[in-house]
Design a protein around this ligand. Structure first.
Ligand code: ATP
Length: 274
């Protein structure tokens, strides 16, 4: 705990009351008959970074994937409760998951660029959504790569295969690819856990910049990373009886780490379990 305390940044004071972009209400999720999430109530604030921490298997990634309906792609899931994106319940029948994922993009643990050129990776999404004009695509590619802090490294090799980039560069390319379709929210599932410390620091720095324009949710096993990088933290825990994850504590990151309200939060962040 001492180490984490010393790493907590003196954040620029964000005193205004942020708007809520996403809200989970009594959200439970089942994989088949197995309950994985139990009665989650959680606000996600606009232009803030929210970290999900908690022991392995408590449902952090599952909860993250609920916010753009990615669970439907990977498994047979059943949802109870609601997830609102602004005023819209994203599980309503008339919500198109593809359009939803355009507004709520995702970056995964393993960088997963397409085996195409750097340019084509970033232009892929905009093209899919109907943009054909070459000069507009060029502009989107450049802006997205700049925002992802990769432009200077790749501007002279946009035709190079993305798989030839380093892991850290590939992850920033994946962030550029996500940004290129102008999402409002970026979901990041352990985006730096496969990267070396320098690449990790670059991703964290990038997240700070991006949060001025985007709302970010990050799943991380690294508590220093949550403490350093996020504005809000949700500590998920596993209910042994139900075998499902629930929110043990949620609040501003500094408060949660410096003055946890809950004994289990304190035990977890001080490394006594998990
Ligand atoms: N596609 C799936 N099908 C069935 N069960 C799944 C699936 N994905 C996850 N689960 C189960 O749901 C529970 C929560 O998993 P999840 O990956 O969301 O937890 P996590 O907190 O992100 O874990 P970790 O920290 O280890 O990545 C686990 O019991 C897991 O086995």
């Amino acid at each position: 705990m001492v180490e984490i305390k010393s790493k907590l940044p003196e954040k620029e004071k964000k005193t205004d009351k942020p708007d809520i972009v996403i809200k989970a209400e009594s959200l439970s999720l089942y994989y088949g008959s197995k309950k994985a999430l139990h009665e989650i109530n959680l606000p996600i604030y606009k232009n803030r970074i929210t970290a999900f921490i908690g022991p392995s298997g408590c449902g952090k990634s599952t909860l993250l994937r609920c916010f753009n309906r990615m669970n439907e792609i990977v498994a047979d899931v059943n949802i109870e409760g609601n997830v609102y994106f602004h005023e819209q319940d994203i599980y309503d029948k008339d919500v198109d998951p593809v359009m939803l994922r355009r507004r709520i993009g995702m970056v995964f643990q393993q960088p997963n660029p397409f085996p195409k050129s750097i340019y084509d990776n970033v232009a892929y999404g905009p093209k899919m959504y109907g943009i054909r004009d070459k000069s507009l695509l060029d502009e989107i590619v450049e802006t997205s790569l700049r925002e992802a802090a990769l432009w200077d490294e790749v501007k002279d090799s946009l035709d190079k295969n993305a798989l030839a980039l380093s892991g850290g560069q590939q992850q920033r390319l994946c962030i550029a690819r996500t940004i290129a379709v102008q999402p409002e929210v970026i979901l990041m599932d352990e985006p730096a856990s496969a990267l070396d410390p320098i690449s990790t620091a670059r991703i964290e720095e990038l997240m700070q910049k991006l949060s001025k324009e985007y709302t970010i949710i990050i799943v991380t096993h690294n508590m220093q990373q949550a403490a350093r990088s996020s504005d809000y933290t949700a500590f998920l825990n596993l209910n042994e009886e139900l075998g499902a994850g629930y929110i043990e504590e949620f609040g501003p990151t500094r408060e949660l780490f410096l003055n946890p309200k809950n004994k289990k939060t304190e035990d977890y962040i001080s490394g006594r379990f998990g």
